[in-house]
Write a protein that binds this ligand. Structure first.
Ligand SMILES: Cc1cc2nc3c(=O)[nH]c(=O)nc-3n(C[C@H](O)[C@H](O)[C@H](O)COP(=O)(O)OP(=O)(O)OC[C@H]3O[C@@H](n4cnc5c(N)ncnc54)[C@H](O)[C@@H]3O)c2cc1C
Length: 391
């Protein structure tokens, strides 16, 4: 804590009579947080009349408050603060998420001479690391998901990309500077690419975790071809499950479409087409008890909700399509999301917030695959480079 900060605290205490607590402090009249980037004191909860805002646009809140009624920080002072903060900027491009989109963005950013950091909250590589075999990436006939990811990471790091393993908890804009917040640290950046991907909703039944990659899949487009000529079950009743069943019916001998209700939530036109297919059978009002098999999937145990009876389907693959969960809640105040929580951005990867871009599965799009994630990474990085050059 510097002298200036101690002075601020004393003065703030004298003027406001505020209780000084930590950022997480609760139950007090008002809570004050120490902003580790600008080293000033800021109000983080509005509980008192004078504390008008939660955010800290370049120290303005603390200084306005300290100045007391009628005395406002001057534009000159505000501009000086902004210049100081700009001098502290560390990265041209801050990338949130080290999956295919994020790592491709880093490769493009570094090759364009920009200082780039990837902040990854789990494992570098993202979703594809759990796939044993990828056969649809152009130019690579067959590769395991983990090898694919490690090659990407290696390429990005050899070009000079910096990497951090921390979960990002939010982003705030301080006069054009984007500050990426993690648990305990902050990374000021000139531009940001959000590449947080999705997670697939799980059924949470016995056998599911153990047999993922050994017959249990969350991506029919990716893994369907491995089940050519075999019997499979698709679990789910929305559009994705219907599309998956239709896609798999082109390869598989038999496709059971298992849904817990009597009616599907997905498009009626696909339901009609599926009814006409000889190798598709609807298994309605049924829930999954367990996915069966020791080392690979051998079947699925179901429960008929109407009769209460358990029964078994012998299948080699179980495709679970019960929803994708985007991980964007912590950015909801910074960029616009759609109703399902995906970041609103089109093919240009621009979000509602200037200088913040979205790439890969985390944004609104039709096709969520490695190729589209990599394409987004390239588009977003080049857009970020343009933004940095212009601001
Ligand atoms: C089992 C499986 C098999 C697949 N097989 C294929 C295939 O064969 N071919 C194909 O084209 N596609 C396949 N896919 C789809 C493909 O993996 C995705 O489309 C692709 O990974 C999307 O890349 P992404 O970078 O957008 O997101 P992700 O791969 O999901 O990466 C996002 C990263 O962001 C990180 N992250 C999220 N939130 C935060 C945060 N707050 N702070 C820091 N980090 C964060 C995550 O930990 C993750 O590492 C498969 C998917 C699965 C699940």
């Amino acid at each position: 804590m510097c002298c200036r900060l101690r002075l601020d605290l004393r003065e703030l205490r004298r003027k406001s009579g505020a209780f000084f607590g930590s950022r997480e402090g609760t139950g007090s009249v008002s809570v004050v947080a120490i902003n580790t980037t600008c080293r000033r004191v800021h109000i983080s909860q509005k509980k008192r009349k004078n504390f008008t805002t939660k955010t800290c646009p370049v120290c303005r809140i603390a200084q306005d408050l300290l100045a007391g009624p009628g005395r406002k920080i001057t534009d000159v002072q505000r501009n000086k603060n902004l210049q100081k903060r700009k001098a502290e900027i560390m990265f041209d491009i801050g990338i949130v998420g080290g999956g295919t989109a994020g790592m491709t963005a880093a490769i493009y950013g570094q090759r364009a001479g920009k200082r780039t950091v990837i902040i990854e909250g789990g494992n570098f590589g993202g979703q594809i690391t759990s796939s044993p075999n990828v056969e649809n990436y152009p130019g690579i006939a067959s590769v395991s998901g983990s090898e694919f990811s490690m090659n990407l990471l290696d390429q990005a790091m050899k070009l000079g990309t910096e990497t951090v393993v921390e979960k990002v908890t939010g982003i705030r804009d301080e006069g054009g500077i984007k500050v990426i917040e993690t648990t305990g640290k902050e990374y000021p950046c000139r531009s940001v690419i959000l590449a947080t991907g999705v997670t697939h909703r799980h059924l949470g039944v016995p056998g599911e975790e153990k047999l993922t990659g050994a017959g249990v899949s969350y991506c029919a487009t990716c893994d369907g071809a491995f089940f050519r000529g075999r019997d499979v079950a698709v679990i789910g009743g929305g559009s994705t499950a219907l599309q998956d069943a239709e896609f798999l019916s082109n390869y598989c001998k038999k496709v059971y479409l298992v849904h817990r209700r009597d009616e599907f939530r997905g498009e009626e036109s696909i339901v009609r087409r599926l009814r006409e297919k000889e190798n598709v059978e609807f298994v309605l009002s049924a829930t999954v008890n367990e996915i069966l098999g020791d080392t690979v999937v051998e079947g699925v145990s179901l429960n008929n909700k109407k009769t209460g009876e358990d029964f078994r389907l012998d299948v080699a693959g179980v495709f679970i399509a019960v929803g994708q969960i985007p991980q964007n809640e912590q950015f909801a105040e910074t960029v616009k999301l759609d109703g399902a929580g995906f970041i609103l951005a089109s093919e240009d990867c621009m979000t509602s917030h200037p200088g913040i871009f979205a790439a890969g599965d985390c944004r609104t799009k039709e096709v969520r695959q490695l190729t589209t994630a990599a394409a987004d990474g390239a588009v977003a990085a080049l857009a970020a480079c343009r933004y940095v050059a212009e601001h």
